[in-house]
Design a protein around this ligand. Structure first.
Ligand code: HEM
Length: 416
């Protein structure tokens, strides 16, 4: 069955939002009120009660966008019969993502049509609620089925098993990954259901993981479920997105990848019962930062740069500390390995043995998967923290370049 697509041009709200984005370098008229410039990254606008991220741009939303509170990662396999149906699927996905992320009233399907909306947010007019929809493709999409082999982003391969992994392949990989993030979980739920409905017959769900970001407590980066502030070092990536986040055409990369990003998701379980019996002093040593403040053990403020160089014996920040290994001692030669992390906590209840099943949906966006994520991940092999965490799933994906205009659609470059 082919996905349906709808003409959204009649939607006044959507039209004005896009026009505002084009004019204001990102400011978009918000559903609930006036446009405001929002701080940081591609955070574009907010009304007093709502946040709307523009759907169109050189890059997709949901990458440098500040993390919203709720997320779902949905990996899917493509079941389209042929290339034409695959194209129709990408167009349908684009159409739905366009109106969902704008907020407002779902497109009119006429007297006899079935409503596009599922009512999870009430309505008919609903807030955008900071919704972002980010679509990425997996290496398996570039096999023999759709004639796309020559279009594969050069670094995109199936995610290998690293030394400390215990991968459950039923929660790994996929032809497509849809990352849906919003300020509230119900907005994520509504969007996921619309996206699945609009692509029904062409996509089959493979695995799904839901996540949340905790409020900042009491300040700074939000905490992961080990109780540590997580994301502090992302400040070193800000302003360097062209070298660290966005993929460029040329060299071995096909032309269409310009403006995309290698998207890695890893489900890393935390052995929290074990962790909670370890002294805070030991926990600090394992990470290399102070649990309460988030400051590196060589400093006093979360924003202080870790000093790896003056402690050759690793007495302040241990030689095996997570941040020392992850940053490779912070030497300038490795700045090209820095990566944008955009992780979410997950809490999936209990396993069959009654152990808590929670951890981190480690997520990172990279210009070059091998130079950044894979290199750092290999350096972390055997780290002391590995006794308390267990990577069990995820995959390598490539976040498609942005949708550049009202006639453009996600993935168009692959078919050019
Ligand atoms: C459950 C697993 C993990 C936990 C609990 C964890 C925790 C942390 C914490 C608390 C920090 C310090 C605060 C910050 O800068 O964000 C940090 C930093 C960092 N982590 Fe992780 N992490 C995990 C997995 C990973 C993985 C899989 C990678 C990459 C392969 C990674 C790469 C980094 C990097 C690059 C930094 C910044 C280091 C720096 O430049 O100072 N982490 N992590």
């Amino acid at each position: 069955m082919r996905p349906r697509s709808f003409d959204v041009s009649r939607r006044g709200l959507f039209g004005s939002a896009v026009a505002a984005a084009a004019l204001g370098g990102g400011a978009v008229a918000a559903f609930a009120g006036e446009a405001h410039a929002a701080a940081g990254g591609d955070a574009t606008s907010a009304g007093p009660a709502d946040t709307v991220y523009p759907f169109e741009g050189a890059h997709q939303q949901g990458i440098v966008t500040p993390s919203q509170a709720a997320a779902a990662y949905l990996a899917l396999d493509v079941e389209a019969a042929d290339g034409a149906e695959l194209v129709a699927m990408f167009k349908a996905l684009t159409t739905a993502a366009r109106w969902l992320t704008a907020g407002g009233v779902a497109p009119d399907v006429g007297m006899t049509g079935t409503s596009l909306d599922n009512g999870v947010l009430g309505g008919p007019s609903v807030p955008a609620d900071g919704l972002t929809i980010t679509v990425s493709v997996g290496a398996s999409l570039f096999d023999h089925r759709y004639g796309l082999a020559a279009k594969r982003p050069h670094r995109l391969v199936m995610m290998p098993a690293f030394a400390d992994d215990l991968l459950d392949r039923s929660i790994c990989d996929g032809d497509l990954l849809i990352q849906v993030c919003a300020d509230h979980q119900d907005t994520v739920n509504r969007a996921l259901r619309v996206l699945l409905r609009e692509t029904r017959g062409s996509l089959a769900a493979r695995w799904r993981q839901d996540g949340f970001v905790s409020p900042s407590r009491p300040d700074g980066a939000p905490r992961n479920l080990l109780g540590f502030k997580d994301g502090t070092a992302n400040s070193a990536v800000a302003g360097h997105e062209e070298e660290l986040v966005w993929t460029h055409a040329g060299g071995s990369e096909p032309a269409w990848v310009e403006g995309g990003s290698y998207h890695v998701v890893r489900k890393i379980r935390m052995l929290v019962e074990f962790w909670d019996r370890v002294s805070v002093r030991e926990q600090n040593t394992l990470i290399g930062r102070d649990k309460a403040s988030g400051a590196p053990l060589t400093g006093t403020e979360e924003s202080d740069a870790p000093d790896f160089n003056t402690e050759y014996k690793g007495e302040a920040i241990a030689l095996g500390a997570h941040i020392r290994l992850a940053a490779d001692s912070g030497r300038s030669a490795t700045t090209g390995q820095r990566m944008l992390r955009r992780g979410y906590n997950y809490d999936a209840g209990m396993d069959v043995n009654g152990n808590l099943d929670m951890g981190l949906l480690f997520t990172t966006f990279n210009q070059d998967l091998e130079r950044q994520f894979a290199t750092v991940q290999r350096r972390l092999e055997g780290e002391s923290l590995a006794d308390y965490i267990l990577p069990v799933g995820g995959g390598y994906f490539f976040a498609l370049p942005g949708v550049r205009g009202s006639d453009d659609w996600l993935g168009r470059g692959m078919f050019a």
